[in-house]
Ligand binder design. Structure first.
Ligand code: UFG
Length: 325
């Protein structure tokens, strides 16, 4: 029996495939390669190029391969783009998940672990954020992820498809081998953009707002290493295999860093001065997002290994210096 990883050529998906294969799982990757990279797919995984909205294609793969559980990363995830093109997000994220669930029910697959996001909370009511806190997304991306979470709940009640929804905070870093890492086009995430300065691909980093109510005026985020996220997916699959009920977990380190602290860390790691310019606030950015991940620690037994920002940035730097894609 294999684990099907949908979106396994993307950033977090490809890292999860590496960890699954390291632990002896058989892996089937499905990806339409619209934002994923063929080179990021582990050579030991079986690869199918196709779109989750294509019901016939999914049925064929699920019929041919013996799939025990699905890990679902196949979604669009750019907050800014989701505000200018909301229907793209409803189509790929919400409609795509509806087609996927139909095919799972039809083919008797009843376990799914899926990528949710801190964006489901919107402006947090308190820090650190608990899973039970209010969910009022401030962007379409978060709204579609929340709609997906709700769809899973009703489908579980009707058809017994058990799910684990993992709400990531700020995914970052790269595989320690340096073989795979973060590569978005266009890049919008802070750490890869900061590292483009010492790589001479960018003159300076723009800081989106220095007038927030935080210790240095810049936004605070909870940066969590991609391999720690990958570990959590495997624990979540095992949790479902053990016959547990559907559940939702935050995944973060529980420590917040400001934008300026991230830049300082990148200066330390690269040994280069990184020039920064103040810019206006980016629409929809909450001042602080920090997770309480106590539930994932106690229920799943999750223990993030990268709890030091410099170490996380070091893995990202190691990848970006020699990025293969
Ligand atoms: N930032 C800058 N300059 C930049 C890019 C980012 O100052 O050039 C700031 C942002 O304003 C923010 C912080 O750096 O305060 C982190 O920004 P990212 O774009 O790296 O990440 P976000 O916190 O916006 O987004 C992350 C995930 C999303 C998820 C969101 C939840 O990438 O998928 O958290 O709010 F939806």
């Amino acid at each position: 029996m294999a684990i099907a990883v949908l979106g396994g050529a993307g950033y977090i998906g490809s890292h999860t495939v590496y960890e699954l294969i390291d632990r002896g799982f058989d892996v089937v990757v499905i990806d339409n390669l619209q934002t994923g990279h063929r080179e990021a797919v582990h050579e030991k995984a079986i690869f199918y190029e196709g779109d989750i909205r294509d019901a016939k294609f999914l049925d064929e793969v699920f019929h041919k391969e013996k799939i025990e559980a699905v890990i679902h990363f196949a979604a669009n995830s750019l907050v800014g783009e989701s505000m200018t093109n909301p229907l793209k997000y409803y189509d790929n994220n919400v409609y795509g998940t509806k087609v996927l669930l139909e095919s799972m029910v039809k083919n008797g697959i009843n376990k799914i672990v899926f990528s949710s996001t801190a964006a489901v909370y919107g402006e947090p009511e308190r820090i650190p954020i608990l899973e039970t806190d209010r969910t009022v997304p401030t962007n379409t991306y978060g709204e579609t992820k929340l709609a997906m979470e709700k769809m899973f709940r009703w489908v579980d009640l009707a058809h017994g498809v058990k799910y684990v929804s993992l709400r990531y905070f700020n995914a970052c870093g790269a595989h320690i081998s340096g073989k795979i890492g973060e590569a978005h086009n266009p890049e919008t995430h802070l750490i890869p953009l900061v590292l483009q300065v010492p790589l001479h691909k960018r003159e300076c980093i723009k800081i989106f707002g220095e007038d927030y109510d935080t210790k240095d005026g810049t936004c605070v985020r909870d940066y969590i290493h991609v391999t720690d996220l990958a570990d959590a997916h495997i624990l979540a699959v095992k949790y479902l295999m053990d016959g547990n009920e559907s559940n939702v977990f935050n995944l973060g380190n529980g420590v917040g860093f400001t934008v300026k602290e991230v830049i300082a860390s990148a200066e330390k790691v690269t040994g280069e001065e990184i020039s920064a310019q103040t810019d206006v606030r980016r629409a929809g950015d909450p001042a602080q997002l920090v997770a309480s991940s106590e539930k994932a620690k106690s229920v799943l037994g999750w223990k993030p290994k990268f709890d030091d920002l410099d170490k996380i940035v070091e893995t990202a730097w190691n990848w970006h210096k020699n990025a293969r894609y």
